[in-house]
Design a protein around this ligand. Structure first.
Ligand code: S3P
Length: 434
């Protein structure tokens, strides 16, 4: 994909339905005995894999479009059984980890597998708590901690589990398993991660209790099944972040991103951009997010503390682009988890933004960017490293480059945001979004 420089960004756009929510509502609908309706599911490849998996397990899914062109799915669930073949999560770490929890509780055997990137990503973080619940789960590779995962489901006990790292995927895995355990299951977090699993379970009739004391967050679920539900999936803040950064670095920009999820641990990027001088407003009534370039035209550097990271973990690559266009040294502290995402994002941010002339270094679990307000980046040839967020962060950086940027491996973007180039074109044309 060749991206020309351009700007400012103006007008309105949608973003895909939130990816984290989309995986979870598909799974909850598959478990619910009856018909659920989901509006505005993510149109990315990751969620398509989870949809195909719940269908392979016996859920019936019918799709249509509403008058606004948004997808409406009707899902009949509640009678899941073994699939004919291995279940393919594609590139989705969220998919494999959440589904491992759900399948560990269902009384039949399954094998979860994915692409080459999935086969490299750490699975011990879900195998360990699932085994503590009594699950029979076998990993592959050296040490048996990689996908494919063979799961012989059923016979789980409820446990209390303290997360060794901030991870909504691991929390979600344990809570999904907890739906089929013999008693309550509690997850304890030192740092709150995104709350979609517990929010959606509570909204679909599961008995969920959340408490906060002594600096710890605790979520307890009781065994049970969701009741059929209707859910309208809000826009994905992680995708909105690309346009928010684009608008922040291009003087004269003003974008409105429609109906962006506003719940906990997802909007950290907006707080960071505001601190850097951008003008953001997340409307509490419509959930539309409006972003304008800073009035004085200049972003300034900031320090992103480790305790902020769970609330913006996926946005670090594009925030590094904002940092490249801000005066001073921006430090992202405690971002070691980025090393085990779709790519080693500390290494890929360093190498690919580096090729575009950004002074960026990964130092242990920190990322340091030395920026200059108003600086032009270099149009270059970069590699997505099979990572959608690296590709899109480079595409935003390309807007302020001195010439065209060629992004190899752009295909990875289809996992989460197939319409990205169309929405980019619309905002560059200052028009109304698709
Ligand atoms: C996700 C959680 C995050 C995030 C991922 C989606 C989720 O991972 O990076 O894109 O939906 O639970 P961790 O919380 O495991 O870091």
């Amino acid at each position: 994909m060749i991206m020309e420089p351009g700007g400012p960004l103006r007008g309105r756009t949608r973003v895909p339905g939130d990816k984290s929510i989309s995986h979870r509502v598909l799974m909850l609908a598959a478990l619910a005995d009856g018909e659920s309706t989901i509006h505005g599911l993510s149109d990315g490849g990751d969620v398509a894999c989870t949809r195909a998996i719940v269908e392979a397990l016996g859920a019936r899914v019918d799709a249509e479009e509403d008058p606004d062109g948004r997808q409406v799915l009707r899902i009949s669930g509640g009678r899941l059984g073994p699939a004919q073949s291995d279940l393919d999560v594609g590139n989705s770490g969220t998919g494999i980890r959440l589904l491992a929890g759900m399948l560990a509780g269902l009384g039949f055997a399954s094998t979860l597998d994915g692409d080459a990137s999935i086969r490299r990503r750490p699975m011990e973080r879900v195998l360990e708590p699932l085994r503590a619940m009594g699950a029979s789960v076998t990993g592959s590779g050296d040490g048996g901690a990689l996908a494919p995962l063979a799961i012989d489901g059923g016979g789980l006990r409820g446990i209390e589990y303290r997360l060794p790292m901030a991870s909504a995927q691991v929390k979600g895995c344990v809570l999904f398993a907890g739906l089929s355990a013999d008693g309550p299951t509690t997850v304890v977090e030192d740092q709150p991660s995104r709350a979609h699993t517990e929010e959606l379970m509570a909204a679909t009739g599961i008995d969920v209790e959340r408490t906060h004391d002594n600096g710890l967050d605790r979520v307890t679920v009781l065994p049970g099944r969701p009741t059929p539900f209707v859910h309208d999936v809000a826009g994905d803040p992680s995708q909105a972040a690309f346009w928010a950064v684009g608008a922040s670095i291009l003087p004269g920009s003003e974008v409105v991103i429609e109906n962006v999820y506003a719940g906990p641990a997802r909007s950290g990027f907006a707080a960071v951009l505001a601190r850097m001088g951008a003008d953001l407003f997340h409307d509490p009534v419509t959930s539309d997010l409006t972003v304008r370039a800073p009035s004085g035209g200049v972003l300034s550097a900031t320090t992103v503390r480790a305790d902020e990271v769970p609330g913006l973990v996926d946005e670090v690559p594009v925030l590094a682009v904002a940092a490249a266009c801000a005066d001073g040294e921006t430090v992202f502290e405690g971002v070691g988890e980025l090393r085990v995402k779709e790519s080693d994002r500390l290494a890929t941010v360093e190498s690919e933004l580096g090729r575009m002339g950004v002074d960026v270094r990964a130092e242990g679990d920190r990322l340091v960017v030395r920026g200059r307000a108003g600086s032009q980046l270099r149009g270059a040839s970069v590699d997505a490293h099979n990572d959608h967020r690296i590709a899109m962060a480079c595409a935003v950086a390309a807007l302020v480059a001195d010439g065209p940027t060629t992004i190899d491996g752009w295909g990875a973007v289809a996992t989460s945001y197939p319409m990205f180039p169309d929405h980019r074109a619309t905002l560059l044309a200052g028009g109304i979004g698709v």
